[in-house]
Design a protein around this ligand. Sequence first.
Ligand SMILES: C[S@@+](CC[C@H](N)C(=O)[O-])C[C@H]1O[C@@H](n2cnc3c(N)ncnc32)[C@H](O)[C@@H]1O
Length: 399
Amino acid sequence: MSVASSQRQVYLRLLQALRPHWRSDLNLPKRIQSLLAGERAFGSRDRRLYRELIYTTLRYLPWIEPWLEKDPDRAAKIAGWLAADTRDTRAFRAELCADWPGLPSLATRAKFLESSTAELLPRWFQEHCPAIFEPRELEVQLARAPLWLRLQTPNPTEVTREFTALDWRSQPSPALATAWRMLDEADVTKSDAYAAGRIEIQDLGSQLVLESIAITPGDRWLDACAGAGGKTLQLSQRVGPAGAVDAHDIRPAALDEMLERAERAGLENIRITARPAEGGYAGVLVDAPCSGSGTWRRAPHLKWTTTPELVTARAQLQRQLLDRFAGCVRPGGLLVYATCSLSSRENDAVVTDFLSGHREFTVAPPARAFGFEPTAAGLTILPARHDTDGFFVAALRRR
Ligand SMILES: C[S@@+](CC[C@H](N)C(=O)[O-])C[C@H]1O[C@@H](n2cnc3c(N)ncnc32)[C@H](O)[C@@H]1O
């Protein structure tokens, strides 16, 4: 049996283990990780190959799933054909898909497989965000998400020198010079730059959330849903050493991780708070828990596990969190609401509902819109324009 044929068998075996869970397990990436880690015979190249094939399967599930019963070999061939062309997938694709054309446009791909592109996102989501069903956005939804870094040093010479020595290519974003996109597969967490806090991993869309806000150095901010601190660190740099960031979350373990990252970056103006001060902040960031529909290309299983009911439940929680933290904003200060969702029900609708019950707040236009058109409520960061995850951000000023 050829190498690619035996890889096909392994791929199909792995899929059988995941199949009962891929429409129900919100934590599927963890399951995939332990499945691959449990395969003792795998080297790192095998893990990268099967990871890519599995994620491709999840991205294009409606095009592949039906074949698993009818014709598993065809399912493997479709997955190989649609997978990204990397060092790890090249031999598999070359052997199994030799008689198929190179990857054409999405519409032609669909025609070739006698499928429909509309199936590749949950149909019910069209009402929540019609924009991502447009061809350009849909194409991006099906591509692998890039790795974005946020530079934490004003002088990147050492980072550039190290990356050059490691043969890692990177490129600053035209939208934001301090955001670098990695052009090569690289485990940046193993670099000196990462260990010394000169870089952090943070999607560009996530970086644009705070970059769209006017933040005054020296101000005191609350990061009310800080989690592991992606935005806390960025906020800390924006307010500078004369300012301060209080970080709050219901997950202490995530806050510990945030502190580790802050220490690595040498940021000394962050502290954890269990009881944020009423009226005590020039700015409050509520980066709320959400359905995560902006991260579908990074976490494609969410396309099949997310339901309209989950979106409704998240919107209720988001509304409660805005009520809970609005009182922490001092008069004249900003309440910044953000999600990594593209559902209007979790975004504009939550803001509109909040404003109807809080006449003391008004929408402040974004300081920078990065080419997007703000609505009356806020700014939606769609993935295709800057090759990012999708986000929403609204700045609400307290009178
Ligand atoms: C989208 S994540 C935050 C991500 C983080 N800000 C970042 O940039 O990496 C939402 C966070 O809200 C937290 N959360 C959920 N319910 C909360 C509550 N009632 N009060 C504060 N934080 C809450 C979750 O634990 C989670 O860390």
